[in-house]
Design a protein around this ligand. Structure first.
Ligand SMILES: Nc1ncnc2c1ncn2[C@@H]1O[C@H](COP(=O)(O)OP(=O)(O)OP(=O)(O)O)[C@@H](O)[C@H]1O
Ligand SMILES: [Mg+2]
Length: 230
């Protein structure tokens, strides 16, 4: 069974007197150990799709299944807290806290089983994504963009979730830093067996993924491309 699945997902936004269809009965499934990217023109509905699978918005009809169970039934808030990790383009960290504190916030609100010593564990996770003990104790606004994104990734994985959802996580980074962050996401899927779902504008980023979902603006549905190059 796929870890995440959408069934006839349908979503519209008001557009003047009418409604604009953003997702037209989308049926897609996502597996662990795989790195997915979502491509599509600006305004095609990529962020909207992520907000639905992140339970930040609700579909008009259709459903989203986590391990075969509707996230509505699981409870949207519970699903967000325990089952997914989200990484944003602008990192969304708490600027007056340091890296380890930012990670500990996520670890302290999840209901998933955590180690007793969450600080020690947070430091280990940060180390594993390339943030050493010194940087981990530094306030967020004194870290570079690439370092901040590493902290955001550490936060997303710190609660032992299987699904990592990211909206243009390299959009604010230079191309070299972006490459190293993409490698990290690839490792999350291929080495740590996470299901990684990432929106990107860059074909180069999409080429590094296993499966590309192209959001077509004629059909408002996905075209699924299996990438043989990876
Ligand atoms: N709250 C809203 N009310 C009405 N329309 C909205 C709302 N949010 C988004 N839209 C519209 O829905 C469409 C899809 O938006 P979305 O943000 O999902 O696109 P996107 O593919 O992520 O674009 P980008 O690549 O520019 O980030 C756009 O036409 C946008 O203007
Ligand atoms: Mg977007």
């Amino acid at each position: 069974m796929s870890i995440l699945e959408t069934r006839d997902l349908y979503f519209t936004y008001p557009d003047g007197d009418e409604r604009k269809v953003i997702l037209n009965n989308v049926n897609v499934s996502f597996d662990k150990g795989m790195f997915y990217t979502i491509l599509g023109e600006s305004g095609s509905g990529k962020t909207t799709f992520l907000s639905l699978i992140s339970a930040l918005d609700k579909p008009e009809s259709g459903e989203i299944l986590f391990n075969g169970e509707s996230i509505k039934k699981i409870g949207y808030e519970k699903y967000r807290r325990n089952d997914i990790g989200i990484v944003f383009q602008s990192f969304n960290l708490i600027p007056y806290m340091n890296g380890v504190e930012n990670v500990m916030v996520a670890m302290s609100i999840t209901e998933n089983k955590m180690d007793k010593d969450i600080k020690k564990k947070a430091l280990e996770i940060l180390e594993s994504v390339g943030i050493d003990g010194n940087k981990a104790m530094r306030r967020i606004n004194r870290l570079s963009g690439g370092e901040q994104q590493r902290v955001a990734i550490a936060r997303a994985i710190s609660t032992n979730v299987d699904i990592i959802i990211a909206d243009e996580p390299t959009g604010n980074l230079d191309s070299k830093t972006s490459d190293t962050i993409i490698e990290l996401f690839k490792e999350l899927a291929h080495v740590r067996n996470k299901c990684v779902i990432m929106v990107t504008h860059a074909q180069k980023v999409a080429d590094a993924s296993d499966i590309i979902l192209k959001l077509n603006t004629d059909t408002q549905n996905f075209e699924v491309i299996h990438n043989e190059m990876v």
